[in-house]
Design a protein around this ligand. Sequence first.
Ligand code: 2P0
Length: 333
Amino acid sequence: MRSARATACSNIALVKYWGKRPDTDPDLNLPDVGSLSLTLADLATVTTVTPSDDGQDRFELDGRPLEGRPAERVARHLDRVYRAGGGAGRRPPCRVVSVNHFPTAAGLASSASGFAALSCAAAAAFETDLDAAALSALARQGSGSAARSIFGGFVRLDRGTRPDGRDCVARPVAAPDHWDVRLVVVQTTTGPKAVGSTEGMERCRTTSPYYPAWVETSQADLDAATEAVRARDLDRLGPIMEHSCFKMHAAMMASRPPLLYFRGPTVEAVRTVFDLRQNGLAAYVTIDAGPHVKVLTHARDAAAVAEHLRRVPGVAAVSVHAPGPAARVEVLP
Ligand code: 2P0
């Protein structure tokens, strides 16, 4: 074993992933729908994996020791990467140091960049020759959205149909410089902690009457959005992106008990974007399993869109992100 450091950027889904494929191995973490995302610059996790010098796993996140369930999740992921790379017997104990370089209070989850960086750093540290597709499949097992953060720019993760998940890997659709768009991240004031994605997805799948419709209509969105990205057509992509987002939230809200991720300022920020559109600006929203709003717009309009959203009561911070690069890794001396 050697030492390696990987950097991976976060991503935002333009066509959403929500729900896991029933009757499949939970450890494979297979999505019930495909998704399309944009990898974001300036929202990176840097993870270093080195041999542990005291014979025990040691994990650290943002300067603090990682313990309990999160630490178990990391250990299990190291086991996966080690085995996938052909490792036999007991995995060598590792020291993992991970740092999230997110602008203060970006209000974004870091599991996508985190598991992508961990997969790449561990694969290099264990001296495997896993390619990007294999790394994406491994990252997906850590967290579904992490499969997409292996690649830069616009990325598509297909649902696949194989029970072993071999056809569920992310692929790049277009490089970061394909299209000069920006994602404006609007952090709204946060309330009590929302229901986590894994639990929320399962509740939605098992109780929401709209879940089957969500799944049935997602493939058409994925295909149409992929074409719109290739054609660099924001006014074609935007309505598909919003439709995917609001269908997902409608299915969430119809769960029992309901999954309501919006706060007041979430709705006000969405309305502001709708108003901007009435006034001729091309800007479209998406919202994940939380209260923040993300707005896709042309680079030339991003500053104006951000300025309007900063004035919405209850908005805490607004940041602007360009398409970001693929995950990268270096072997350390
Ligand atoms: C997405 N989200 O496509 C969707 C939209 C949230 C809403 O992927 O259970 O943390 O680890 O596979 O990847 C968040 O879910 O879930 C997510 P797990 P993950 O970005």
